[in-house]
Design a protein around this ligand. Structure first.
Ligand code: HEC
Ligand code: HEC
Length: 164
């Protein structure tokens, strides 16, 4: 039979394990949240969510958003130009709400969220052929797998990879 001293040390170990698990759980949940700010201008949904989802601004750095917004006439093979007033309004809002976290702050290669090193690292378990499935088509199509992407929730509890 275990003596009191052993019992205490087992209890301690269990407490430490639970505390560690909780800490890990909360940090992953945090990692997956890039909430869409409540003050998005109407123009953002209207102008930036017709060809793809409205990307939550915390997915890119200030510099990256400036780069995206200054090249809209040649936007990934399309013309997404805006009138100057709307362009300024959206740019200011995106820059104001850009990521503040070191981890996501790199200037995105080719102005793509999907080319950042954090994106590639987080998705290293997704096989190349999965990205090409008919209902996914592109890594930029976040909401194909992240069911709550429009709200800026990318946590692993809200992922469903379509089979086709
Ligand atoms: C006319 C269609 C169209 C409009 C309007 C449009 N985009 Fe795009 N956008 C695209 C296409 C096409 C891509 C490339 C998608 C892909 O690779 O699957 C893209 C990609 C992007 C990406 C990079 C996605 C990645 O790969 O990480 C960002 C960021 C982006 N758009 C932001 C915006 C913003 C901000 C606006 C509004 C000012 C906007 N887009 C309006 C067509 C559009
Ligand atoms: C083919 C499905 C698929 C697409 C499309 C996709 N993701 Fe993911 N995403 C995943 C999977 C799978 C993971 C890994 C989940 C895990 O193991 O924690 C992940 C993880 C993430 C994480 C980390 C979550 C966390 O809790 O640490 C973020 C952030 C993320 N994705 C953002 C995006 C964004 C932004 C886009 C679009 C530009 C996108 N994803 C497109 C499947 C996808």
């Amino acid at each position: 039979m275990a003596n009191d001293c052993e019992m205490n040390s087992m209890k301690m170990k269990k407490t430490v394990l639970i505390a560690t698990a909780l800490l890990l759980a909360s940090s992953t949940a945090f990692a997956g949240k890039m909430a869409m700010p409540a003050d998005a201008p109407v123009s953002y949904e209207a102008e930036c969510a017709s060809c793809h989802m409205a990307y939550p601004p915390a997915l890119l750095s200030q510099q990256s958003w400036k780069n995206v917004m200054s090249g809209l006439s040649k936007h990934f093979g399309t013309d997404a130009s805006l009138d100057p007033k709307t362009q300024t309004e959206i740019t200011n809002w995106l820059v104001k709400n850009a990521t503040t976290r070191q981890k996501y702050s790199e200037t995105a290669p080719e102005n793509r969220i999907t080319k950042t090193s954090w994106f590639i690292r987080k998705h290293d378990e997704v096989r190349p052929d999965v990205w090409k499935r008919a209902s996914i088509k592109s890594p930029a199509n976040c909401s194909a797998c992240h069911t709550d992407a429009a709200k800026g929730n990318f946590s692993e509890n809200n992922i469903k990879i379509p089979a086709k």
